[in-house]
Design a protein around this ligand. Sequence first.
Ligand SMILES: Nc1ncnc2c1ncn2[C@@H]1O[C@H](COP(=O)(O)OP(=O)(O)OP(=O)(O)O)[C@@H](O)[C@H]1O
Length: 325
Amino acid sequence: MSEDAAVVVRGLTKTYGKVEAVKGVDFEVSPGEVFGFLGPNGAGKTTTISMLCTLANPTGGTASVAGHDVVRERDEVRRNIGLVFQDPTLDGYLTAEQNLRFHAELYGVHKSVVDERIKRVMEMVALWDRKDAKVMTFSGGMKRRLEIARGLLHSPRVLFLDEPTVGLDPQTRSAIWGYINELRVSEDITIFMTTHYMDEAEYCDRIAIIDHGEIVVIDSPERLKASVGKDRVQIHTRDDEAAIKALRERFGLEAAVHEGAVTFAVASGEEFVPRLFAELGMPITSVSVSRPSLDDVFMNYTGSTIRDAESGDDQMAFMRAMARR
Ligand SMILES: Nc1ncnc2c1ncn2[C@@H]1O[C@H](COP(=O)(O)OP(=O)(O)OP(=O)(O)O)[C@@H](O)[C@H]1O
């Protein structure tokens, strides 16, 4: 796929002094793909995206975006990409439309198409009726939507979104995903995004899991979940400690209390449950079996959940136990 790929990355490395933020990563993104970069805080997501957007110079390796080298052909790369970054860069004193006009001029969008293009992208994010309002009067979600509209204004071939929904309420997050999904149909665009929300990674065609500057695995969410190969079983008992001990002794399973229930991973969970009732040797008051989530995938490949990797919270013991399976 290299020749037509929207993004090609080979051995890309970035060090800051002694910190190896990105340690020689390799991947390709196909045209039209929604590609997600998933990892905990400090994993190297922003550093990678910054190199692809020509905002940071690689220490080693190569990368090309829309067929142009990010170091040797910076201007061509910049003309072909749209950016929506974590920190807003809109001018609050200007109206929504004025912000877009300013951007159109910077990017040399042809005068004959500017008006139509502004209307189209603002309609896409449902802000056309607010075009004359000053941006300082917008909510966080509206600002993010306007940034997405601005990122699309010059018809980029690749749109980079760095944590596009961070800090937004669930309703706005889901609206933003609605726009992103429409985009891939209406704009014939490749989307490269970073996130640390597992539920959002589900929307991507493929995701790369990055941890400590290295890509651990790349695949579609479905295939990644299938690769875990184990189901999550949660049981309620009257004595969790005793249940955990019995699971270890009788079945060789490592379990821990998670979300208030004794939780463990096992292949073919539904078939295992009858055995569990017969052989655990203590009453079980309720049981649930679920397919692996992307959380389980992350844990399977990195040994911790994204949240644990960030906060080291009390799920750690459980996750470690799962990872040791
Ligand atoms: N300008 C910089 N100078 C020094 N170290 C940096 C700089 N930028 C990033 N780093 C370090 O590089 C590593 C990767 O950071 P990066 O911002 O790429 O992570 P991230 O995955 O985007 O995290 P987040 O989810 O918090 O945005 C971290 O250890 C960070 O401290």
